[in-house]
Write a protein that binds this ligand. Sequence first.
Ligand code: NOJ
Ligand code: NOJ
Length: 627
Amino acid sequence: MPSIASLALASLLAVPGISTLIPKLPLEKYIKSERAIALQGVLDNIGPNGVKVPGAGRGIVIASPSKVDPDYFYTWTRDAALTLKTLIDEFLLGNKALQPYIEDYVHSQAVLQTVSNPSGTLLPSGSGLGEPKFTANGTRFNGNWGRPQRDGPSLRAVALIQYSNYLISRGKRERVKTEIWPIIANDLSYTGQYWNSTGFDLWEEVSGSSFFTTQNQYRSLIEGAALAKTLDVPCTGCGQAPQVLCFLQSYWNGKSFTANFITGSNNRGGVDANTILGPIALFDAGAPCDSPTLQPCHSRSLANFKVFVDTFRNSALYPINAGISQGKGVALGRYPEDTYYNGNPWYLITLGAAEFLYDAVAGWSKNGYLTIDGASLPFFKELYPLARVGKFSWYHPSYYVLQHLVRTYADTFVAVAQKYTPANGMLAEQFLKSAPFTPISAANLTWSFASFVSMAQRRDGRFPTSWVPRSGPQKPVVPSVCAASSVQGTYAPATAAGAPNVTAPCVSTVRFVLNATTYYGENVYITGDGPTLGNWDLAIAYPLLSSNYTAERPMWWADVPLDMTAGSGTTTVKYKYARQQNCGQDWIVEAAERTVQVPACRTDGSSQVLVETNDAFIGQGGTPGSC
Ligand code: NOJ
Ligand code: NOJ
């Protein structure tokens, strides 16, 4: 261990302003070159001009150009919003060339909000805003998916608010009010209405409530309220903020954050990167470290960080981390039970850990003191065995020593990412946890690239604009009793930003029930009349669920909200069932058309089942392929 004196000396180098005297390390070179590659990597994945994503619509952020294994040639509301937040920060830091991308994004989101989808519609209830993904040209995605996901609207609101604040500072208040606020208002309405309803987590796998989602929902409502005040408009939903903050505290289990409250059985222990990515998404360098917003420098966030990282030090779980000692960065994945591509480290999480630590240091630095309590002591002791509980102000050597050590620790996570970055700088989604440790899953993942850029901004001492109110009625104060509340949202298409002037669709919900014996990997769809059933186009047929399937009763079913806007009164709808095979063999479609008499549709958002079918598949069964 280095002597205290040398540590104290080294720590002086970390004092802002003096740090630039540190000799350039190879890591610096990597960061410099990779940062440029990463920024370009992001832009290459945005339509209509992104060179890697031909066919993507204007302002559509594609998750990855990868079209097979996995097919990520879609836009996710979450990935897009997090990416734009970073681009907007980069723009605010002086990269003026990014403004057209931001403008295109504003437009694309106004339109996407109005696209009816399997989660629902914008009108009358906002339910469609919870849809996680759309096709590259902005049409609905009908496949089975973990939906709804309730982080997307909040993340989008945060990105758009950041840009709106910039525009207002440039005298464009009226433009923000008429064009951008209507988009934000829909997302805040959604957040206020549904924050307490279950939904899928950011990994799209478990339904319940998720730390990452709750934390971002809170931020959006607070920032939304401030913007509404500036614009002198009401914010439906923003009043829910204190209750969301109350709920956020409940994820703490005494040692770490339980990442998800999951409905139904599961094998999760609760350790999950969502609790690292949440704090970096709402980082505000000037917020007090004990703010209940749970900033990276909060003692609970630090305690949780250590629990999370230590989980991946287990070399039986992650051979890639074998032989790396405590206090040094390791490769990090989503959660220890992950099986997606066998569960590997992710670039955006390993880089996110570095960003988290840079943020924590910035928090101490801006606040002028650092507090160690019982919860965070193990985090500090790992880096500095002499650490002890107490409050350390700017005149205390420990204040500098610890900041220096945490910053150095952060660098070791970047070095891990560097070690597994291929020579061309490409950042995929994951890299193998076992030899040969090469990239795997989606190549050129937009979110991986964006995470590199934001990490590099923080390491450079570039921070996003502040959002946590320090005083006044919006100052974060946790209510003494939590309430599971909700407020009805108000929704309208953001027409001034280019959204079509949609109206509430007229919907008749039909429960389709089918008997069809299938093999594992085979799926069943309905193809038929009207937009919901895909107008006989198999590519956008409506998927059935096998959730009630048993050997005795091989039941496939779905409650399908048929959009009957074009019809009137009782209508006959024609349809067929179609089997989709496991390896891309031809579909097996029923020969004869079926009909169902559909009662008059309703515009009140009701999803009450009006009629139920009782069908049995007619035609041959499927045959598994070997793929
Ligand atoms: C795709 C999701 O995006 C990913 O997060 C998930 O792990 C896999 N589906 C498997 O469910
Ligand atoms: C899978 C991840 O789990 C999810 O968070 C992400 O939105 C999609 N991939 C697209 O990148």
